[in-house]
Ligand binder design. Structure first.
Ligand code: ADP
Length: 491
């Protein structure tokens, strides 16, 4: 099969979070199965060019209709760790992708409407006719809308769209100007509850809703989150739309790329290890402490890695840090915040704890350090308010780092409480789970983990190994996506 992914991220060249990991990992997983995959991305100025091999201009004269005229673009091609990627660079005064950031600009809606249009124009003009176009998140929600309302009539009538939602919180809600810019025009037609009209703001259009309504298949990234999005307010206003389209909506659990995330091969960690030589994991713990100037002590090391965002339960992350210190455990935090209030709170905390021998806060995005933390920590805490899938607990399991998670979204599908999970045999349990969003709930789970580490080290090692035995690679999800592609292709 010939599959084209259209996305705003692809790890490690463009990565703000899990979306990047998924676009890369899924593409590689599909190629390993013998399918042809190409990835279309914006050419941002701030992406990691050092992860692209053989970048060259592949298509110089791409003219993308925009308002009444057209914007001239160049399309570059290169390999990102073996995957073919096309990067679209518009030459216009808008400077859509030369902003020193991926997201967070006032005209994000316009930037990604343009990207979606340019991706379709590129497919059309370069005569690429994939069986399936796989789009991701709000940034590419207009792709199926434009495909089935416009491009279908210009030679792309056989293409089908799979649309994956990684986060319902960001939907691309905005005014009508993008309809005029992209050539969809006809405001009154699209401003309809059955099409792009936002479910709450009758004067706004909603890209993600468009993606859901127009795509041949829609999924989010875990079965439990699919249920939550459909039946609770976690769907952020799209629950009814999902209800109306439930026949084509489901949850498919993400995988992690076992070539990128593998303690036996990882080039970012000093000591490779597997479940039969866990002693070498301890050497990574030592190396991590050395690097972060923490004391070498007989204490468990607990980590948090993730965006410091309300989604991630920052109040509980903060509490986890102090609770760990009060319980003779060490704590390492690696996170970046885009919200100024959260950012300054953690900078304050970092300064306050600067010389503390048992903790370290690293504020920013650091892929290399993340690998060392997964390898060196004993436990990883994921106290999210909501979590569509969550990758850090799965990476933690793969690195023998016991997850302590809140029971939401994909965390429910991947972590099974050592003491209480009834659906799994004790030998199949792999971490600790708590339910409420208060400090006590978190403490009760952390307490059980810390106690086991101190009082029953052999039992703790058993739990570590049980976690490492889980297979959260892309093998299984790739099969599920292939089943979906096959079904929609023949419709
Ligand atoms: P989300 O997509 O909501 O950000 P996920 O758990 O799905 O969360 O994916 C997070 C990914 O981003 C993981 O690969 C994690 O290691 C990585 N990550 C998050 N924050 C950082 C950071 N500050 N530095 C390095 N990697 C990070």
């Amino acid at each position: 099969m010939y599959i084209v992914q259209v996305a705003s991220e692809c790890a490690p060249v463009i990565k703000a979070g899990g979306l990047g990991d998924v676009v890369y990992g899924l593409s590689r997983g599909l190629e390993v199965q013998g399918h042809c995959v190409e990835i279309i991305l914006p050419k941002y100025d701030c992406m990691r060019y050092d992860h692209i091999w053989g970048l060259h201009d592949a298509y110089r004269e791409l003219w993308v209709p925009w308002y009444g005229g057209a914007i001239h673009c160049s399309v570059y091609c290169g390999w990102v760790h073996g995957q073919v990627c096309f990067f679209i660079e518009p030459h216009s005064q808008d400077n859509f992708f030369n902003r020193g950031c991926y997201y967070g600009c006032n005209d994000d809606n316009m930037r990604f409407a343009f990207f979606s249009k340019a991706a379709l124009e590129f497919l059309l003009q370069s005569n690429k006719r994939p069986d399936v176009i796989h789009c991701h998140d709000w940034q590419t929600g207009l792709v199926p809308v434009m495909l089935f309302e416009m491009y279908k009539y210009h030679g792309m009538e056989h293409q089908r769209v799979c649309y994956t939602i990684h986060n319902f919180k960001h939907q691309g809600i905005g005014g009508t100007e993008t309809l005029w810019a992209t050539g969809l025009n006809q405001e009154s037609y699209y401003f309809h509850y059955d099409r792009l009209q936002d479910n709450f703001n009758p004067f706004a259009i909603n890209y993600m809703k468009g993606g859901i309504v127009y795509s041949n298949y829609v999924n989010t990234v875990s079965p439990h989150h699919a249920w939550e999005a459909h039946h609770t307010d976690i769907g952020c206003g799209l629950g009814h739309t999902l209800h109306l389209t439930q026949d084509k909506f489901a949850g498919i659990l993400n995988g992690i790329d076992y070539k990128m995330w593998n303690p036996e091969l990882d080039s970012y960690i000093p000591y490779h290890y597997a479940k039969d030589n866990l002693a070498d994991k301890t050497l990574n713990k030592k190396a991590l402490r050395e690097r972060l100037l923490m004391q070498q002590a007989d204490k468990p090391l607990i980590a948090f890695i993730g965006r410091l965002d309300a989604q991630k339960g920052v109040h509980l992350v903060h509490h986890a840090l102090y609770y760990a210190l009060s319980r003779e455990a060490q704590f390492v935090l690696l996170g970046s915040a885009t919200e100024p209030g959260i950012n300054s709170r953690f900078w304050h905390e970092k300064n306050y704890l600067n010389n503390h021998p048992d903790c370290h806060l690293e504020l920013g995005f650091n892929e290399e350090l993340a690998h060392l933390i997964y390898a060196g920590a004993d436990m990883i805490v994921v106290p999210s308010n909501y979590e569509p899938c969550g990758l850090t607990q799965m990476i933690g399991l793969q690195y023998g780092t016991v997850p302590i998670v809140r029971a939401v979204g994909g965390l429910v599908n991947t972590v099974f409480d050592r003491d209480y999970e009834q659906t799994k045999h004790p030998e199949e349990r792999n971490g600790y789970v708590f339910h409420q969003t208060d400090n006590y709930a978190l403490e009760s789970a952390m307490n059980r983990a810390i106690q086991l580490w101190y009082q029953e080290p052999e039992e703790f090692s058993k739990l570590v190994i049980q976690g490492m035995e889980y297979d959260y690679s892309w093998n299984h999800p790739v099969e599920e996506y292939l089943g979906v592609y096959d079904r929609i292709r023949h419709k």
